[in-house]
Design a protein around this ligand. Structure first.
Ligand SMILES: NC(=O)c1ccc[n+]([C@@H]2O[C@H](COP(=O)([O-])OP(=O)(O)OC[C@H]3O[C@@H](n4cnc5c(N)ncnc54)[C@H](O)[C@@H]3O)[C@@H](O)[C@H]2O)c1
Length: 318
């Protein structure tokens, strides 16, 4: 297949790109090297693909309508992962989040209509569930109360995606990712920050009592889910679905911190700070829909995943 992937130089995007190339697809990747974290990190993420003849990289910004409109080539499907990610920074400075995540997604949809591309896999987020009390979170739950601008942008994208499905028959799978971790993980995310601090003999900062919990999902499982979704959207018609891609096994923050210390063989040194605005109490995915639609079956335990991350981190000497 010929696949356009946005955000290909990011954490999840680079893994998905790698997998698609291994499977023999032709991949065109777009990224603007957004300065949220260093350009050099993202360049490293895609360095190996640049010599692959089946990969074409285009540096550009999806908020720039002219750039998106001018994209040439024929594609069977778009995997749209480019976004400004991160809950806390979206509270400090919401506008770039609205521009990239909502306007940028709209530009991609308009371009798809013009190019007659009728298949889309989109990166949504567990953050749309806000502080919903009912767990595990199911795709049929009400998600009308996002508690950060970032979460609101992802819910907005699911809505505009529906409109384009309805008006222009674009088949769309919205994947709600749940705290993905593993090699190349974004440096702003907890596991990456904890490993970095511990290896520098600095204390780990823990926000809140440690009772908040996340449904951490290992990148390999997430990528398998994206591949399943891709297969599903390519082989079915009249598709508009929202699907959780979590682990169905939430881990408390205090437990996570201790697991990281265990894997690194160090004694805990924890600095406690109050909970941050925008942080939800728990994320917990009901994954039965993904299991039913495309056999999603996350297998990686936290201990296994942490070891892989730590090995990668040490080799990449940050
Ligand atoms: N990592 C997670 O745990 C998680 C959880 C839920 C949802 N998501 C979503 O998954 C997707 C990938 O997340 P990630 O963790 O890999 O983040 P990431 O920041 O590593 O990757 C996103 C990529 O998009 C690029 N980008 C940002 N703005 C752009 C623009 N205007 N034009 C072109 N490219 C742009 C960035 O440079 C980056 O390489 C995002 O949509 C994110 O919101 C991630």
């Amino acid at each position: 297949m010929k696949i356009l992937i946005t955000g290909c130089a990011g954490f999840i995007g680079s893994h998905v790109t790698e997998h698609l190339l291994e499977e023999g697809h032709y991949v065109t990747g777009i990224d603007n090297f957004d300065p949220f974290y260093p350009r050099s990190t993202k360049e490293n993420n895609i360095r190996e693909f640049l010599t692959n003849q089946d990969f074409c990289f285009i540096e550009g910004d999806i908020t720039d309508y002219a750039f998106v409109n001018d994209l040439g080539g024929c594609f069977d499907v778009v995997i749209h992962l480019a976004a400004k990610a991160g809950v806390r920074p979206s509270i400090e400075n919401p506008l770039p989040y609205l521009l990239t995540n909502i306007n940028g997604t709209h530009h991609i949809l308009e371009w798809m209509v013009r190019k007659k591309i009728s298949k889309l896999v989109f990166a949504s987020s567990s953050s749309v569930y806000g502080n919903n009390q009912k767990t595990p979170f199911s795709e049929s739950d009400l998600v009308d109360h996002p508690i950060s601008p970032y979460a609101a942008t992802k819910k907005s994208c699911e809505l505009i995606n529906y409109t384009y499905h309805h008006l222009y028959n674009i088949d769309i799978l919205n994947l709600r990712f749940f705290t993905v971790y593993g090699p190349r993980q974004r440096p702003d995310l907890a596991i990456h920050k904890f490993v970095k601090a511990i290896l520098k003999n600095e204390p780990v900062t823990m926000y809140g009592s440690g009772d908040t919990a996340r449904d951490y999902t290992f990148i390999r499982d997430t990528v398998n889910g994206v591949m399943g979704a891709l297969d599903y959207v390519m082989n079915n018609g009249n598709v508009y679905e929202i699907v959780n891609l979590g682990n169905n096994h939430p881990v408390k923050l205090s437990e996570l911190v201790h697991s990281v210390y265990n894997v690194l063989g160090k004694n805990p040194d924890i600095k406690r700070l109050p909970m941050q605005p925008g942080d939800v109490d728990i994320t917990y995915a009901d994954i039965s829909k993904a299991q039913k639609l495309f056999g999603y079956d996350p297998k990686t335990t936290m201990e296994e995943g942490l070891k892989v991350f730590v090995d990668w981190y040490k080799k990449n000497s940050f």
